[in-house]
Design a protein around this ligand. Structure first.
Ligand SMILES: [Zn+2]
Length: 258
């Protein structure tokens, strides 16, 4: 009985919704109308605007973008390709659709924000790529923290600390800072070495993935950019609710009402 009531309610909501059965509906409404954020919008024109924005965003994405997360083979592997065991995510942004912000309480000038679309791209990954990539990213920290700890331990040994302090009182602190900075540069050095080593088997440069390259050509850019390279996050499951499915499949398929 409860289910029937829910179905009736969904049907009513759907009839009134301006985005019903659109690509946007297939995406945001896959868990039903009740949790859909479009439903919570009061203004009808806002709902229409969301649909238009969504269409603009879709038009900027490569049509086969889904293959990045649907692949049962790792998309980061080079040479020997391993099976998909986890997912690497990267946030990508696009200047379209044109989005304005500013105007506090109606004052000020509206300015265009650089980000009109923001999507999380899930990429099929194997455990080996995840391990190699994660280790590479931690090199700087390992050396920085390691050298800091080492310098602090050394300064607790009187036979080493006392002669240094005798030269100048501030020298022990300088010694700690100096070794920590050295640790940072050592970390950077080993990061580069390790990156070079694993780049034979792992696409550490995401531009080597044709679909990502294709997105950059279409005007997308990495949202969290670190000298042109983004940070990857790995997880066992795909980032929920933020997958792209142009042609919804299985449970994500929305029944078309005739
Ligand atoms: Zn791999």
């Amino acid at each position: 009985m409860d289910n029937q009531y829910k179905e009736e309610l969904e049907k009513e909501e759907r009839q009134e919704c301006p985005i019903a059965d659109s690509e946007l509906c297939a995406w945001v409404g896959k868990n039903g109308c009740m949790p859909c954020y479009i439903r919570s919008m009061k203004d009808e024109s806002d709902k229409q605007k969301s649909l238009e924005n969504w269409k603009v965003m879709l038009s900027n994405l490569p049509r086969d973008i889904d293959s990045l997360h649907e692949s049962d083979k790792c998309v980061l592997c080079k040479g020997k390709i391993h099976d998909t065991e986890c997912y690497a995510t990267v946030d990508m942004a696009h200047p379209e659709p044109k989005t304005m912000k500013g105007m506090i309480f109606g004052f000020g000038k509206k300015i265009r924000t650089p980000v009109g679309s923001l999507v999380t791209i899930n990429m099929a990954s194997c455990k080996k790529c995840k391990k190699e990539y994660t280790l590479m990213e931690t090199f700087v920290w390992i050396f920085l923290v390691g050298m800091l700890a080492l310098s602090l331990v050394l300064m607790m040994v009187p036979a080493i600390a006392n002669p240094i302090a005798n030269i100048n009182e501030a020298l022990p602190a300088g010694f700690v800072v100096g070794l920590t900075v050295l640790g940072y540069f050592l970390g950077k050095f080993f990061y580069s070495l390790y990156r070079k080593k694993i780049s034979r088997d792992v696409k550490v440069d995401l531009l080597e993935i044709p679909l990502i390259r294709n997105m950059l050509d279409k005007g997308w850019f990495f949202f969290q950019d670190n000298k042109g390279m983004p940070k990857l996050f790995f997880s066992k499951k795909k980032t929920p609710g933020r997958l792209f499915c142009f042609e919804p499949k299985g449970e994500e398929n929305v029944e078309k009402q005739s």
